[in-house]
Design a binder for this molecule. Structure first.
Ligand SMILES: [Zn+2]
Length: 390
């Protein structure tokens, strides 16, 4: 039970002309509308300013609204708490420095807004971020925007992996690099940029090409040292998502990926054992698209892969921020996500809601087979990674 509950400021309510009480700022997915014919809910909402205990609130509301008992009022407070609309002004202060509280004083309120789990203080969400360790593969456009967002948000440790050097054709979209970095290893320039953004975050990196699932597993670490989340932001090698899927299934590691196919920008959220795996999703999407290809005809015929990858700072930025959002949400639960789906945006048609969710497939070669058979190299699988891009 909360000590002194109050409505989260971002969920502040109002009373409609028809007498219902709305909380959550009328944002779809968060907002609720509560019937309140006699007006006691509105009295309660107004009285819940963080200065009263639930028992005091119960007595106060019952005294002015005889149709409700103090016990029923306390139950209503419990229900509002369970739905994520309350915080506790009596909760102990979070273990964050004054500097951290100032730095994250705009981000935590948004997390508080998005969070729908009962939690005394939203600062717990920042503590979860500070404890998180993430592995990011691919420091191109997607990875660059993602890394900047994660470091700015205050994750505890970010380890970055990329084999390349900075080229002139990178500079239209890759935010970590400047003209003076041309020819330098990306990792080197990236660490400079990222460390300068937030010295409280541990940012490490290595110049390395991921050559197969075993190398990815090695990067991911084991035991206590294992990363909490893997972010696949690379489009090379082409099989990297399949490798990530197999390795993460074998180790139980949550992972996210993002990229673009022209104007279509998507990110995927994958947690072993929860919903469809990346390969289930991919197979489901291939079936859904019904490309009208002849049996055995290469999918490339419908969606050719160019030697250059058409991309702007806009598509790379959206891709990077979608994957960062997915990683942050997996760690904090704000907002809660049900894994096993892709989401995104189609810049060619903004009314085209991109949300791919398919059931797990019993015949899936990755998650439908015994553990002993994983991981495999999937060599020659021609994993034309939808959602690839850097
Ligand atoms: Zn699967």
């Amino acid at each position: 039970m909360m000590l002194r509950p109050r409505i989260k400021p971002e969920h502040s309510g109002y009373r409609t002309v028809s007498g219902t009480v709305r909380l959550g700022s009328v944002i779809y997915g968060i907002g609720v509308e509560i019937d309140d014919p006699s007006g006691w809910v509105w009295t309660l909402v107004q009285a819940m300013d963080g200065g009263r205990t639930p028992d005091e609130l119960g007595r106060l509301v019952a005294a002015t609204h005889p149709e409700v008992t103090a016990t029923e009022v306390v139950q209503a407070i419990t229900d509002l708490q369970a739905a994520g609309h309350l915080e506790d002004t009596g909760a102990p202060a979070p273990e964050l420095s004054a500097n951290e509280r100032e730095r994250y004083s705009r981000g935590v309120p948004l997390l508080r807004w998005l969070d729908r789990s009962p939690r005394p203080s939203a600062w717990e969400l920042q503590e979860l971020l500070r404890a998180a360790r993430m592995l990011l593969v691919g420091l191109g456009g997607t990875g660059g925007y993602a890394a900047q967002a994660l470091v700015a948000s205050g994750v505890g440790h970010l380890h970055c992996v990329d084999p390349d050097t900075v080229e002139l054709s990178n500079l239209n979209r890759q935010p970590l690099y400047r003209e003076q970095d041309l020819g330098r290893p990306k990792v080197e320039a990236a660490l400079r940029d990222l460390r300068a953004r937030n010295s409280a975050v541990r940012v490490t990196g290595e110049r390395r090409r991921v050559g197969g699932p075993a190398e990815l597993a090695e990067l991911l670490g084991s035991g206590e040292g294992r990363y909490d989340v893997l972010l696949v932001c690379a489009d090379q090698p082409p099989e990297i998502r399949r490798w990530a899927n197999r390795v993460c299934l074998a180790t139980g590691t949550p992972w996210v990926d993002a990229g673009y196919h022209g104007p279509l920008v998507t990110a995927g959220v994958h947690v072993p054992g929860e919903g469809a795996c990346w390969e289930c999703l991919r197979a489901g999407e291939v079936e859904r698209r019904d490309l009208g290809l002849a049996p055995g005809q290469d999918e490339e015929a419908a969606s050719p892969r160019m030697p250059w990858n058409p991309v702007t700072a806009v598509t790379a930025g959206l891709s990077g921020l979608l994957i960062a959002h997915a990683a942050l949400a997996l760690v904090t639960g704000a907002p809660p996500m049900e894994p096993g789906f892709r989401y995104g945006i189609n810049l060619a048609a903004l009314d085209d809601t991109v949300r791919q969710r398919f059931p797990r497939r019993p015949d899936c070669p990755a998650c439908g087979t015994p553990q002993e058979e994983r991981p495999d190299s999937a060599a020659g699988a021609a994993a034309r990674s939808d959602g690839a891009g850097r």
